[in-house]
Design a protein around this ligand. Structure first.
Ligand code: C5P
Length: 240
């Protein structure tokens, strides 16, 4: 599909925000936790839009949906909604089911990103790198960063050192052609298989995963210390 009337092709992002976020210990669902007054979910959607995403499907708990809608009342791009599932993978599948219908040939090649709402401070240029790699022909694109800690692997009788130079930590948004990610989730559901993330889903159906540079700013807000970092990042005029 080429560019029509100079309008860039649409890029849809599925933003999963239906986890409990219990490790954060907040009183509201994690995606609604404010940083400098702005909920994580709103920050994530704003950054995705800045990086070229034209529409989002937000996957959120069915219960308490209004609070999520309020958080995105001023979103810069259209928002569709889907209900969360038991596992993250099910939440992604629910989001995929809500993607707007397109003629088959267009749908096959549409760029679809999958993003964790908890990675709220992702830089726009990182989003653009993922989109470009998919447009360039990659089936599945994963942003990664080097691992800074030394790492040991637990084995039966103790532990063994792992060569950190060969390790990469995986972030989101991960990017796919729509045909690939839809087919991957269809097969996973059919075979009742659970995989760790969407890139692994694509690999499960035989696709090659392409790595692009991620960003430290795209850290996943998980534990209380991450909120301290988040507040400091915003205060310093960082990403968001
Ligand atoms: O639990 P974890 O931090 O790995 O979750 C990653 C993302 O997946 C979060 O944004 C969370 O809201 C989302 N999630 C979901 N549905 C689930 C579990 C997690 O949307 N059942």
């Amino acid at each position: 599909m080429g560019h029509i009337n100079n309008t860039p092709e649409p890029v849809v992002a599925i933003v999963v925000a239906a986890g409990s976020g219990s490790r954060l210990g907040a009183e509201v669902p994690k995606a609604l936790v404010p940083v400098a007054g702005v909920p994580l979910l709103a920050r994530a959607v704003t950054q995705l839009a800045a990086g070229g995403v034209t529409e989002v499907v937000v996957v959120a708990p069915a219960e308490g949906r209004q609070a999520f809608m309020d958080a995105l009342a001023d979103a810069p791009i259209p928002v569709l909604w889907a209900d969360g599932g038991a596992e993250r993978q099910h939440s992604v599948a629910h989001g995929l089911a809500m993607l707007p219908d397109l003629p088959e040939a267009d749908a096959e090649h549409q760029v679809v990103l999958v993003h964790d709402a908890a990675r709220a401070f992702l830089p726009a240029d990182m989003v653009a790198r993922v989109v470009e790699a998919v447009r360039g022909g990659a089936d599945a694109v994963v942003p990664v960063i080097p691992v800074t800690d030394s790492v040991r692997e637990l084995v039966d009788d103790g532990s063994t050192v792992v060569d950190r130079a060969r390790l990469r930590a995986v972030q989101t948004p991960q990017g796919f052609r729509r045909g690939v990610i839809e087919e991957a989730h269809r097969i996973l559901a059919e075979t009742e298989t659970i995989v760790t993330d969407d890139a692994a889903a694509a690999e499960y159906i035989g696709c090659t995963v392409t790595l692009v540079d991620g960003s430290r700013d795209a850290f996943k807000v998980t534990e209380p210390l991450d909120l301290v970092l988040a507040e400091a990042l915003v205060a310093s005029g960082g990403t968001a």
